[in-house]
Design a protein around this ligand. Structure first.
Ligand SMILES: [Zn+2]
Length: 107
């Protein structure tokens, strides 16, 4: 099996929307389970629109701004990220596996 040293070692085995579609649950192939509230995930979007090209341009998004946000579509980008389309029409968000693994929040 080939090793990719520039990416994280674990890879998502399954992605599932739980808790009345308000939480994205990821089961990693090393057995770890990540649970991301969708409002927090939406607020953490790191695309150029949400973050700007300079910190002063950041929209400073907060989870409270996205009550009831849902995922409309989610698709893998290569083996390093997922492209998520949101129910508010935002469709430029790319969430890297590293980010999904590291921004683990309980609940
Ligand atoms: Zn964004």
């Amino acid at each position: 099996m080939a090793q990719e040293h520039d990416s994280i070692e674990a890879f998502p085995e399954s992605l599932e929307l739980t808790d009345d579609d308000s939480v994205l649950q990821i089961v990693w192939d090393d057995g770890h389970i990540s649970r991301h509230r969708l409002d927090a995930l939406r607020a953490a979007c790191s695309c150029a629109v949400c973050r700007g090209h300079h910190p002063s341009q950041s929209l400073n998004l907060k989870p409270e701004q996205f009550p009831g946000i849902r995922i409309t579509d989610i698709a893998p980008v290569g083996r390093y990220a997922y492209h998520i389309v949101w129910s508010d029409g935002h469709d430029t968000g790319i969430y890297t596996l590293k980010m999904l693994r590291e921004m683990d929040n309980p609940g």
